[in-house]
Design a binder for this molecule. Sequence first.
Ligand code: C2E
Ligand code: CA
Ligand code: CA
Length: 737
Amino acid sequence: MGAWIVFSRRILRSGRPLAGGRRSAVTSSLFAFAIVVTLVTVFILTALDRIADFANRQDDARSRETTVGALHTFQEQLHATLNDYAAWDDAAQFVYAGDQAWTVSNYGDMTVNSDLFDVAVVMDAKRRVLMAYQDGKPVNWTPDSYFDSSLWTLFDLARTDRPDASPEQVGFTRTHDGVAATGVALIRMKSGMIDKPAGERLFLIFARHLDARKVAVLETTYNVSGLRFAEGGEVTKNIAEIRNLHGLLLSRLTWASRLPGDLGYREVRPLVYGALAMVGLFFLLLFINGTNRLSRLTADEAAARQLAVRDRLSGLLNRSGLFGSLEEMVAQAGGKGQHVALLYLDLDGFKEVNDAYGHGTGDQLIRGVAAGLKALVGGNAQLARVGGDEFAIAICGDDPLKDAGILSDRILGFFDEPFVIGERVATVGTSIGIAASPRGKVSGDELVRRADMAMYRAKENGRGRAEYYHPDMDAEREVRNQLELDLRIAIERRELTIVYQPVVSANSWRLVGVEALVRWERKGYGPVPPEVFIPIAESTGLIDQLGLFVLHRACETGLRWEGLKIAVNVSPGQFRDPAFALHVQSVFRKTGMDPARVTLEMTEGYFIQNPARARAAIAKLRHLGVSIALDDFGAGFSSIGYLRQFGFDRMKIDKSLVKALEEGGRSAEAMQATVALAKALDMPVTAEGVENENLARQLQISGCDELQGYFFGQPMSVEEMDRHYFQQPGSGRTLRG
Ligand code: C2E
Ligand code: CA
Ligand code: CA
């Protein structure tokens, strides 16, 4: 049974594989979560980096614009100064007049310590120098050697007479001392007028050198940090070029990138990291919370699963639990070359206890049975409660059928003892069906079906026993199923017939009544005995229809035999229908039969099973005016003492008791005592199964007032009965007289 132990452990842990699956799900979602957080961080940092880079480039562009603008302004300032000095009425007068003193003091001397210009030259139209000063001193250079050639381009532009050309031209030049904003202007009146011909005109040249000191001033004035001249081969992206009119590169200014983006980025980064950390933390908490919830849900789910396969009352597996277990058990046994056996138990007499003592006691009984079975089967078997009073036990091993046999003996022994429930004592038995699945070849479902079928056989064979499944049972079941089908059809088509058996007075042997007995001529098979088809009708519910059909027919037919009593058999199954009395009443109404002529015959079964309800049902029926007879007395177990409470109108002694009379012994005295007791309780007695005159006499002497049996007449058709009835009209109707 080793396989079984492994199996049962698996069952107990049925939540486990699921939990393992969840854990790997948790790990993978944690992984996904980490990836998402990393990606988000990368995205945000990249975005910030781009913003910083953009801001840096913007700032550099602004610095370039500013520098270029500063250079332009530098040049324009010179232009403005040049305009002030060249378009000047005094200059037009004195310079053209050749006043060297005026020229030196107003132009040459002004070059010292001036921020506006540091070189001043006066030339005539033929480029002859009339005066040249630098930093307050006369120079010893010629403009040709001092300036680059673009000076002459400026000069020529300023000199032209074209009306669209400006008489002032400005541009950067290279000088002997460096780079300078240089301007050439025609000396003229403030109004622009000059009355000299082109060849006699004079020109003023100013240069304003851009040196490191001036660049430093620009740096602070224009707020371009680190503004300076670039070294010769210096490679940098921050460049503002200074070119002369010819496009020749004179010099380059460069500056330091302020990198405001980097600055901002650096500033913001801790905040961003903080925010990301917080968001990460938030999601982590959310995630942990979710995971906790998930695991709680998983636990709940596992618990619910456990509940779903457990029977609440007994704590054993329930039906679906059993099916689940069996399926696995059979599969495992198959793998190991072992076998599974299933015992299917149905309690005998449980309903009676339940009905008599109530559901509370019934529940306690079930718990007691469950506990007892648990102790008997031990830990190696699987025990389940599969229905109200049905249990199943699955065992696995090398010879489980042998084990099942031993176990069922012990179980039957256990049920021999009555159960003590509080102050009550209840006796229940059990019927057991056993089936096997060799090497897992029979599925769990089929195993249950087979064991169930064997259990029914145990019930049929007298209860309180065990039966092993045999394939013949299937064939028999098939036969029974077919029989049931045919019976159903026969009832629907009203193919059943009724025969009537005479009942005579014990003293005169005169016909006093008939008992209606149903007959079925099954198509293709012949007559089926009522002992065969009545139980089938009872177990399938067909009995309600069948019973009312017989009652209806019998009442209808009985109308022709005026004065005779009509006895009709009623099954316990019909009696359980709460509407039964109503149905009976409607039959009387429809047929016009006088209820006082009708006797319903019932066996003791239902009165033992449910005394209270039986009493109430009898009361209702008697209220209609019918009589109730206790049928088959002596075939069951009850005493007259017990049955008197129901107030039967008549008692029918079973033919088995009558038959016993012929065998002699003490049966005659027993019969006499029984009849005497019944009469003392005001119950007249009918004896059935009277087959000869001797018995008839004996029973008459015993005190029976009515007799029934083959001696007086077999159950017969209506026509035959007519003959009996009408044979001796008036004083007649004596049978066997
Ligand atoms: P029961 O109510 O005990 O009916 C009497 C049975 O004894 C009848 O068998 C009858 O044929 C038989 N019998 C009569 N006299 C003698 C005799 O002298 N010797 C012997 N050996 N037997 C005799 P039957 O008709 O086969 O009915 C069997 C049982 O089927 C009945 O037993 C009754 O319990 C049931 N049954 C028959 N018809 C109906 C019905 O319409 N409804 C219900 N619920 N049960 C019915
Ligand atoms: Ca009867
Ligand atoms: Ca009988």
